[in-house]
Design a protein around this ligand. Structure first.
Ligand SMILES: *[C@@H]1O[C@H](CO)[C@@H](O)[C@H](O)[C@H]1NC(C)=O
Ligand SMILES: *[C@@H]1O[C@H](CO)[C@@H](O)[C@H](O)[C@H]1NC(C)=O
Length: 429
């Protein structure tokens, strides 16, 4: 059909006509370029301002023959004024700098000496390493002599597992300490928040520390739910650290399958298990945010990581660690917030206007060894190879039916019951 043919020919014919018109335009452009280059060898745009400035100076002085001398004088005046200006600016800058240093300098310098010791030269390329293992504090027994006595007997290498418990979590606590005993870990302690739990521990030969009313504990510990107890734990932990001990803080919805002290690195202020479930979410990745309306710059790169689990972390007795505990406890006492969110924000947000960030060193524990219940029920139980791997602990943090799942974990890993994990759904139902 004719219509169809002409439609097919159309674009090609048009594109030939288009090209020849472009060629003509280029030729015309080159011609005019040559003409302008001949008439204005110094360029079209430079000459215009020069003419303009000359007339304006002439207007300043009626005598045209002295105009060049006038320009010279003006120039001299201008130079003098600029020099004066620069001098003033420098003085202002120096003063501001002095003021800033005076404000923050003394304190920072003192802190730096405290942390770094003496100044040193940087070594050759590839050999320098910054400090991540901060020095421990000098133990202060006066903080709590009674606790100091208990810890002296109980701790190994100045380290121990600590869990807080009230009678709301009695059943889980039993699975918890049974698993610890089974592995043969001697250095652990239950901080009993009520009399019933204290008695329960004593009956079962579990090391227990009872907080007295005169030790400043309020009623939160006795009656409080999970979150209230969480705020309290940062407060109590401080004393352990002040006494010079490293604490492996543990929730009670955790099953121990190996001794965790054999799997720590002890190089950071905080070593924590993660809520992440694979390499990326556990250890960090570049999460690209797409905003198409920005066109060329549509992709914004962000740093992302699943949070640290504030129910299982190893904390060394250092100044940054104690500062972390103080900051978290302080914020939880002022605002209603989830302690795990606060814990992570304090640990990770950098300094910014109006805020001084914490400078604590951090290490994320292996998420297959220090396993959360999402990893177990989503990945591990369905993977023939991963099923054979024995974690150090399993934390039932992702599931509300904690007690049943804890028992299933014991059945599977300790008693070798191969299908013990199968009846449970992936999430809660
Ligand atoms: C103009 O020239 C006179 C001398 O003819 C001089 O005294 C005067 O300062 C000049 N004015 C300016 C603005 O340069
Ligand atoms: C995760 O990281 C480990 C250690 O770097 C590596 O051996 C493993 O292959 C990684 N897994 C995946 C799925 O990328």
């Amino acid at each position: 059909m004719i219509g169809g043919r002409s439609r097919r020919d159309g674009p090609m014919m048009r594109s030939i006509g288009h090209r020849s018109r472009i060629a003509v335009a280029i030729a015309v452009g080159v011609f005019f370029g040559c003409v302008f280059a001949f008439l204005y060898p110094h360029g079209l745009f430079v000459s215009i301002p020069r003419v303009h400035s000359r007339t304006s100076i002439r207007q300043l002085n009626s005598s045209s023959c002295e105009s060049s001398q006038g320009i010279h004088m003006l120039k001299l005046e201008f130079v003098a004024a600029s020099e004066e200006n620069a001098k003033l600016k420098n003085q202002v800058r120096e003063l501001t700098e002095k003021l800033r240093l005076a404000e923050q300098g003394e304190d920072n310098a003192r802190k730096q000496v405290l942390v770094l010791g003496k100044q040193q030269k940087a070594g050759p390329f590839g050999t320098v390493k910054s400090l991540r293992t901060n020095p421990t504090v000098i133990p202060d027994k006066s903080v709590n002599p009674r606790l100091a006595k208990i810890l002296k007997k109980l701790a190994l290498r100045q380290e121990l597992i600590v869990a807080l418990a009230n009678s709301n979590v009695k059943d889980m606590l039993e699975v918890w300490f049974s698993s610890i005993k089974k592995v043969g870990i001697p250095n652990y302690l239950v901080v009993a928040l009520d009399e019933e739990i204290a008695n329960f521990c004593r009956q079962n030969n579990v090391p227990v520390y009872e907080r007295d009313a005169d030790e400043g504990i309020d009623s939160i510990g006795r009656t409080g739910g999970n979150h209230a107890v969480s705020g309290l734990k940062f407060h109590i932990l401080r004393e352990f650290l002040q006494l010079g001990y490293s604490v492996l803080l543990s929730d009670v919805d955790i099953v121990y399958l190996q001794n965790p002290f054999d799997h720590l690195h002890r190089d950071s202020d905080i070593e924590s298990m993660t809520d992440g479930h694979d390499n990326q979410t556990a250890y960090g990745y570049d999460d690209v945010f797409d905003e198409p309306s920005m066109g060329w710059a549509r992709y914004a790169h962000t740093m992302r990581m699943w949070v640290y689990n504030s129910g299982f972390f190893f904390i060394r007795p250092t100044i940054p660690s104690i500062e972390l505990l103080d900051r978290v406890a302080g914020r939880l006492s002022r605002v209603k917030a989830w302690d795990q969110a606060v814990f992570n924000e304090e640990l990770f947000f950098p300094s910014h206007p109006g805020y001084d960030g914490l400078h604590a060193s951090r290490r994320t524990l292996d998420f297959y060894l220090f396993m959360n219940s999402k990893v177990l029920f989503k990945t591990v139980r369905k993977d023939a190879k991963l099923r054979k791997l024995k974690p150090v602990i399993v934390h039932l943090n992702y599931h509300p039916d904690k007690l049943e799942r804890m028992k299933a974990v014991v059945e599977y890993y300790v008693n070798g019951k191969h299908n013990a994990l199968e009846p449970f759904p992936l999430g809660s139902e």
